[in-house]
Structures are given as structure tokens and as C-alpha cells.
Design a protein around this ligand. Structure first.
Ligand SMILES: *Cc1c(COP(=O)(O)O)cnc(C)c1O
Length: 388
């Protein structure tokens, strides 16, 4: 069966009521018939549920869906995307190890490396996404983990996963890919040699702006270590959020198709607009890594970034002039969201760091919703008219 079908028909156990839709298991622990069964469960001699910090049927269903979609051996659910990022680092790195990371990663991932892991003697360095020689130089110096985001937030940089997969094998590194923007529907990094894929399920996987969640999927041996770390330290995904996310995954393929269709039309509209300096979208032929995007993604995704002429001031007036689109920090929602990274998510970076990450003062990020595309474009156009 295809991933879209497997994501719907995931094997789950029915209760004695034979329900059609998977029920919500809001229980912190599970009971046993006798003391011997309980002993065997705790000793890992018998499979089953013990306590919802470890596992819960709703979390297991969510993990199984992510595992199937990513084509992974194992998957682990988390309370948020950042809980997944941190657990992967903390479970696999020792003091003295090095992380080689692309410049353009999510703001909080920068903070984990710079403000926290560094306190425990874990080293890191950044490399520009397109500088292949620099990658090889950095990685050959001894790196435990290579961490990348493709497409990146918000500049929509693309890195060649096939090439990076081979590089990580050559130097025996663990390749970790944050696949939040593409989702497994549009890109499966494990096929290109990634060892672990990370998700903020808060974004497209929920897709309706309701709950936080995260996941890490990949090699069984690595994910087991990550799960053990989580079991001990407690960044567990709540059963309620897992239940919501599992339902959401059943419509993920449909939503990604519409998000991508709308985004490419918006990108084409912006590219022709005289108030726009530059548009970034992986599936526009003008994107510097268009050929790579075409090779590793089945569609361009729902995110479009553009630089408005007139910089920060004009950018802010543009945001204030929108009427339907939401000004909010989230992305991947059914509703169109517009944001200004330089003054919000990436405000803590220095001007120079923002420059390196491709965040111009006038850069505006659009998360194309699944409304009718004409209504989204009409909202953008009326905002351009107002600030003329
Ligand atoms: C939002 C986001 C995260 C963090 O996820 P949370 O669920 O907010 O913790 C990580 N990576 C990317 C690319 C994101 O967009």
C-alpha cells in the first residue's frame, strides 16, 4: 500500500466495543491482572503499556503513522518539535563531540546549540548550505552529527540530500534532517541517506493550529536511545495531542497538495509584481537550487518568502494592510499566515547573522493556507495597493 493509505489504515488494537475511529486513551497509567505480569512488564520481558510518560496507545498510533510515512525503522513522539530536537542531541552526543549545522536553521535550534549544549562541552559550527567544500572540510574534522533543515526557514534554501547523505556515510556521521517544511508527503530524507528525521508536528502535521507536538524517526538503534532519554527525562507527547495529530495525518497528503498548489501560484504572482524585489520558492525556476528541489521533493510545499522593495518600513506597512491573512508565529495552518522574520522569529540574530541566513530586512514569509487561491492573492494585492 502507498504511504497515504497506510497513514489512514494504521494497525491499531480495537477495544471490546469495536469502535471504527481510534478512541482517546486519557490515562496516566495501566493496570495488570497480577503482580507477576506487572513485574514482567517492568523487566521488559513482556510488551504492554505501563505509564504514559513511557508509552500510550495514542502516542504509539502517532509514532506508527510517522514511521510509515517517513519509511523509517522506528519513530518517537514528543511534546513539541524542540523537545524532539533537544532529545536527539542530548541522547546521542557526549561532551567533546561536534555538531556541524547549516546556517539557516530554526531560531530555537540555534539557541539549543549556542546557549545550552555548549555549556556541556559540545562543540558546533555552522556552514553555508551551498558551500560543498566547506561542508567536507568541517565534517572531515570529526563530527558526530550533521544537522540540516531543507527547505530552510524562512529563506527556503535547499541542500542536496543525496550528496549530504553520501558525505555523512563517508565520515560516519549521523545525518539529522529537520523535515518540517516539506513533511514526509513531499520529501523523505531517509531515502537519501538521512539517519534521523525530525518534525515539529505543530506545523503541517496538525495543520490546523491547535496542538503542539514533535517526532523523531529513523534507525531503530538511534531512536531506541532517543526514546530511553525521553522516558527518563519526560518530554512526552500527551495522549490528547497524539490523538489530534493522528487524525490530522489522515488528511496530510490532501492538504499538502493544496498548500503547494496555492503557494506556487502566489510565488508566480509575486514574481511578476513590481513592488517585489525577489521571490524564494523551491519550485520556481529562478530558485538557485531548483534542480535539486525537483530531484528530492515531489512539490514545492506551502511556504513562500519574498523581499519587498523599501525594506523594513514598507514590510511592516504591508503586514498592517492585510485583511484576511493572519499575523501570527505559526505556519502550516489551513489559514494563510504572513510574518516578518527580521523583527520577530529571527530578531535575536545580529544583522550580520541575518544576512548570512538570507533574511533581508524586507523579507516577508507567507505560509499559504488552503483557502481559495484567488482570495489569498486578492488580499496580498489590496495590501500592495494600500502601501503604494
Ligand atoms: C516550529 C519549528 C520547530 C520547532 O517546533 P515546535 O513544535 O514549535 O517546538 C523546529 N523546526 C522548524 C523548521 C520549525 O518550523
Amino acid at each position: 500500500m502507498h504511504p497515504e493509505t497506510l497513514a489512514i489504515h494504521t494497525q491499531t488494537e480495537r477495544t471490546r466495543y469495536n469502535e471504527h475511529s481510534v478512541p482517546l486513551y486519557l490515562t496516566s497509567s495501566f493496570i495488570y491482572d497480577d503482580a507477576e505480569t506487572m513485574r514482567a512488564m517492568f523487566a521488559d520481558e513482556k510488551d504492554g503499556y505501563i505509564y504514559s510518560r513511557f508509552t500510550n496507545p495514542n502516542v504509539t498510533e502517532f509514532e506508527e503513522k510517522i514511521r510509515l510515512l517517513e519509511g523509517a525503522e522506528a519513530a518517537a513522539g514528543f511534546a513539541s518539535g524542540m523537545a524532539a530536537v533537544f532529545a536527539v542531541f542530548a541522547a546521542l552526543l557526549n561532551s567533546g563531540d561536534r555538531v556541524v549545522c547549516c546556517h539557516s536553521v530554526f531560531g530555537a535550534t540555534h539557541s539549543v546549540l549556542e546557549k545550552h549544549l555548549s555549556r556541556w562541552g559540545i562543540h558546533f559550527n555552522y556552514v553555508d548550505i551551498g558551500k560543498t567544500e566547506e561542508w567536507e572540510k568541517s565534517v572531515s574534522g570529526g563530527a558526530k552529527i550533521i544537522f540540516v533543515e531543507t527547505p530552510s526557514n524562512p529563506a527556503l534554501d535547499i541542500i542536496d540530500l543525496d550528496w549530504l547523505g553520501k558525505l555523512s556515510k563517508k565520515y560516519s556521521c549521523i545525518l539529522v534532517v529537520d523535515n518540517c517544511f516539506a513533511t514526509p508527503i513531499l520529501q523523505q530524507p531517509i531515502r537519501f541517506g538521512a539517519d534521523i528525521v525530525i518534525h515539529s508536528a505543530t506545523k503541517y502535521i496538525d495543520g490546523q493550529g491547535r496542538v503542539l507536538g514533535g517526532a523523531a524517526a529513523g534507525k531503530k538503534e538511534l531512536i531506541s536511545a532517543v526514546k530511553l532519554f525521553a522516558r527518563h527525562t519526560g518530554p512526552s507527547l500527551s495522549p490528547f495531542n497524539a490523538w489530534i495529530l493522528s487524525k490530522s495525518i489522515e488528511t496530510l497528503a490532501l492538504r499538502m497538495e493544496r498548500h503547494s498548489e496555492n503557494a506556487v501560484e502566489i510565488a508566480r504572482f509575486l514574481e511578476k509584481h513590481n513592488a517585489v524585489e525577489r521571490v524564494m520558492y523551491p519550485f520556481l525556476p529562478s530558485h538557485p537550487a531548483y534542480a535539486i528541489a525537483k530531484k528530492q521533493m515531489s512539490a514545492g510545499g506551502g511556504m513562500v518568502s519574498f523581499v519587498i522593495k523599501g525594506g523594513l518600513d514598507r514590510g511592516k506597512r504591508f503586514l498592517d494592510s492585510l485583511s484576511m491573512s493572519s499575523l501570527t508565529a505559526n505556519l502550516g495552518d489551513t489559514r494563510t499566515i504572513v510574518s516578518h522574520p527580521a523583527s520577530t522569529t529571527h530578531a535575536k540574530l545580529t544583522e550580520e547573522e541575518r544576512e548570512r541566513t538570507g533574511i533581508a530586512p524586507g523579507l516577508i514569509r507567507i505560509s499559504a493556507g488552503i483557502e481559495h487561491v484567488s482570495d489569498i492573492i486578492a488580499d496580498l494585492e489590496q495590501a500592495f495597493q494600500k502601501i503604494r
